[in-house]
Design a protein around this ligand. Structure first.
Ligand code: C2E
Ligand code: MG
Ligand code: MG
Ligand code: MG
Length: 291
């Protein structure tokens, strides 16, 4: 895709099998060094409370500025990193960086949590909860400011195997969230047997809810059943006012999406937060608000 320039006929660059294999191989062999040299960075996407619109926290989303392949999104390299058995190093990196940020905010009097995406593989690693506990202690961050997100398909692939690690994490007091909810095969009733605190409605339903009654019904039922099970319900992929207002009206707790903000680099997030706090104080600072 990097090979396309404007004006060219719409013909996507399709790499051959050999090229794809080579690229995957390069990504995997370069990954550790990329983390050490600052090519791998975290972007943060804000999450707001729906009734109050206050900032509750951010989701950490990894990015790789690759010297040859350009800016890579996680879908383009996390699967390869997982397959190569390197995902624990990624998780440690993201946890470390994210908690450094939370600590800095705490030092400035801000209570902003962070959500980190886990790979299913962490759920099979019995020492993972100890490493989470250690990183929280090292940065002196209370566990309730850390959310760990697991995809629905990840947890449900082997719930019995995931259970001991989920229980240990839950006992630490961190928030456990099921991501991309609605896309897998599980039922909320089954989720009740797992120590989870939060469900994130998959963005595909949130995108469609303004125009598709079926999507709207799915969203509404996740909100209702989620609440009846005592879970916090988060909607991701909130791109429009209408969706946010519908979600607020049905009692969804938290919203995340381009309407609120795209994922931001550390620097841009700081500017965004400053603009928000200025707004909250009733000060309109046009220079910061032009994000
Ligand atoms: P996710 O955890 O479901 O994250 C939400 C994805 O939706 C992000 O894509 C985000 O940029 C995108 N998004 C958020 N709001 C909107 C919106 O309003 N509209 C649209 N069109 N998209 C929106 P991203 O950053 O490309 O991440 C993709 C997936 O990669 C994540 O999905 C997560 O499963 C995985 N991932 C990200 N960071 C990490 C990580 O550090 N470790 C692991 N293991 N996986 C990660
Ligand atoms: Mg997530
Ligand atoms: Mg998601
Ligand atoms: Mg996803």
């Amino acid at each position: 895709r990097a090979a396309r320039t404007s004006g060219e006929p719409a013909r996507a660059y399709v790499p051959s099998m050999g090229q794809m294999f080579l690229r995957r191989f390069q990504l995997v062999t370069q990954f550790r060094q990329a983390m050490e040299t600052g090519q791998v960075k975290i972007h943060y996407q804000p999450k707001i409370s729906l009734p109050s619109r206050e900032i509750l926290g951010v989701e950490a989303l990894v990015r790789w500025r690759h010297p040859e392949f350009g800016d890579l999104h996680p879908d383009e390299f996390v699967p390869a990193v997982e397959a190569a058995g390197l995902v624990d190093a990624l998780t440690d990196f993201v946890l470390e960086q994210s908690l450094i940020k939370v600590r800095k905010w705490m030092d400035r009097g801000l209570r902003i949590g962070v959500a980190v995406n886990l790979s299913v593989r962490s759920l099979a690693n019995l020492s993972f909860p100890d490493s989470v506990s250690a990183v929280l202690k090292r940065h002196d961050v209370p566990p309730e400011l850390l959310t760990l997100e697991l995809t629905e398909s990840g947890v449900m692939a082997d719930p019995q195997r995931a259970l001991p690690v989920l229980r240990a994490l839950s006992n630490l007091g961190v928030v456990l969230a099921v991501d991309d909810f609605g896309t897998g095969y599980s039922s909320l009733a089954y989720l009740r047997q797992l120590p989870v605190d939060e469900v994130k409605i998959d963005k595909s339903f949130v995108f469609g809810m303004g125009s598709d009654l079926g999507d709207l019904a799915v969203v509404r039922s996740i909100v209702e059943l989620g609440h009846s099970l005592g879970l916090t319900v988060v909607a991701e992929g909130v791109e429009e006012d209408v969706a946010r207002d519908q979600l607020a009206a049905m009692g969804c707790d938290v919203a995340q999406g381009y309407l609120i903000s795209r994922p931001l680099s550390e620097e841009r997030l700081e500017a965004w937060l400053q603009a928000r706090t200025a707004q909250a104080r009733g000060i309109r600072d046009e220079t910061v608000l032009t994000l």
